[in-house]
Each structure stands twice: as structure tokens, then as C-alpha cells.
Design a protein around this ligand. Structure first.
Ligand SMILES: [Cu+2]
Length: 129
């Protein structure tokens, strides 16, 4: 059942990504559990163009809550509340809050376990695609 749900999410994410390609690239970042004490963003490091969209999805199998918190770079604070269930998502547009270059972030509950990621923003002239 859970596998089926994850497959559905993947299909939905795929079609959403395809439908947005003409305008903005959607970067998918999954929040995954490696073990009971090890969690990660996957991929941990992404490079985006300004105007792109980042979508974080709780893709864990252990029912752990995750979030996204920026403390450095241009953003400060939580992107939203804890994502409690598998399939919960945030979407964030890479707007002027992001600084060019490195914007590090972390998952607040799992900071001590090394659940961290970075968004590297590259400036482009006009459309990148
Ligand atoms: Cu987490």
C-alpha cells in the first residue's frame, strides 16, 4: 500500500514537472530515511536558476517529520510547518530572497543527525531553457 502511494506520488511529480518545464524548472528534493538515526535530503546539493521551483517531499518510510529551515544565505527561518506524513510537500520559488551562490538549509529535528542541504543559485540572463 505504501509502495503504491509512493509510486502515485512519483507519477504525479513527474507530470507536474513536465507540465512546468516550459516556464520554470522544478527541482525535486526528497527527505529520506537511511536508518532510524540517519536522515538526508536527496539530492543534498542542488543548483538552480532564479525563478525555478524547489519541491521538497517527505519520502521517508519511518513516518518521521521533516522540515526545511534556512539560517544562512538570503533566507531566514522555516519554509513551512513540519511535513508529518510521506507525500507531504513544500514548494518554494527561487525568488529574490535567495542570494546568488550558496544557500544552506537543514531539517530542524534532524540537524544533529546531519540532515542538511544546499541550494546554489546561479544567475542567468533570460530563460535558461
Ligand atoms: Cu528531518
Amino acid at each position: 500500500m505504501r509502495r503504491f502511494a509512493i509510486a502515485l506520488i512519483a507519477v504525479a511529480a513527474f507530470f507536474t514537472t513536465v507540465s512546468n518545464l516550459s516556464a520554470q524548472t522544478v527541482h525535486e528534493v526528497k527527505m529520506v530515511d537511511i536508518s532510524l538515526t540517519s536522515f538526508a535530503f536527496e539530492p543534498a546539493d542542488i543548483t538552480v536558476n532564479r525563478g525555478d521551483i524547489i519541491r521538497w517531499t517527505n519520502a521517508g518510510t519511518l513516518g518521521m517529520p521533516h522540515n526545511v529551515e534556512f539560517r544562512q544565505g538570503g533566507l531566514s527561518g522555516l519554509v513551512g510547518p513540519l511535513l508529518l506524513s510521506a507525500g507531504d510537500t513544500y514548494e518554494l520559488t527561487v525568488d529574490d530572497q535567495f542570494i546568488a551562490g550558496l544557500n544552506p538549509y537543514l531539517c530542524t529535528p534532524h540537524e544533529a543527525m546531519g540532515m542538511k542541504g544546499t541550494v546554489t543559485v546561479v544567475e542567468t540572463e533570460g530563460s535558461s531553457n
